[in-house]
Design a protein around this ligand. Structure first.
Ligand SMILES: Nc1nc2c(ncn2[C@@H]2O[C@H](COP(=O)(O)OP(=O)(O)OP(=O)(O)O)[C@@H](O)[C@H]2O)c(=O)[nH]1
Ligand SMILES: [Mg+2]
Length: 190
């Protein structure tokens, strides 16, 4: 227990060094966080056999983009009641919603709203990713945003939410996400 606490503190310290960011990746179960983060790590195809396991607890990813090293911690969707334990020292949240899962979208939106109103995250930069854009039965961007009631939500929260569409299969959105993460690090450290 003590060593886990110490390693978490070390992570926060390291992640706050120049050119390193502390980023948290959250989202409901099976929304595609692990696959997407693997795709951000490497452009090559994601190995479905080793990544299709629900994240119990957390996964840490070191993502390099040009000169930047970004540390991203994924906390599994099954850990949602405990997400708040990982908010300390976090400046950027990536929230992943599965745009192909009609049943999940509204619940994902409610969970997203409760995150954004958490006092610890009021100054965070937020990236909302509509994942699995390759799925033929996905919701289109505008339909998904309508289901999430994004316009109304944006009026009620303090943070600016950037929205992107992505696929871990085709790589859609990869460059855009990496550039956004890098840009946040520049504005965060300078
Ligand atoms: N079509 C498609 N399927 C995907 C994509 N990303 C993930 N999946 C599938 O969605 C399922 C869940 O993906 P994960 O990346 O494990 O989801 P997760 O958000 O990490 O889930 P937890 O760790 O349980 O919170 C897997 O069966 C993947 O094969 C994608 O971009 N497109
Ligand atoms: Mg996962």
């Amino acid at each position: 227990m003590f060593s886990r606490y110490r390693s978490y503190n070390t992570y926060i310290k390291r992640a706050n060094q120049p050119n390193r960011m502390s980023i948290l990746c959250l989202g409901p179960k099976s929304s595609g966080k692990t696959h997407l983060l693997k795709k951000l790590q490497t452009e090559s195809n994601v190995d479905n056999t080793s990544t299709s396991v629900p994240t119990i607890g957390t996964n840490m990813y070191t993502i390099k983009h040009n000169d930047y090293i970004m540390q991203v911690r994924e906390v599994g969707g099954s850990m949602a009641p405990l997400w708040h334990k990982y908010f300390g020292g976090i400046s950027i949240i990536i929230y992943v919603i599965d745009a192909s899962n009609l049943c999940q979208i509204s619940a994902a939106g409610v969970l997203f709203y409760s995150l954004l109103t958490d006092p610890a995250l009021l100054r965070c930069k937020i990236l909302l990713i509509l994942s699995k854009s390759d799925a033929s039965y996905r919701q289109m961007r505008n339909e998904a945003l309508l289901m999430l009631q994004m316009k109304r939500l944006q009026k009620e929260i303090r943070q600016k939410v950037t929205i992107m569409v992505a696929s871990a299969i085709t790589g859609e959105g990869r460059e855009e996400i990496l550039n956004w993460m890098k840009k946040q690090s520049i504005t965060h450290f300078h």
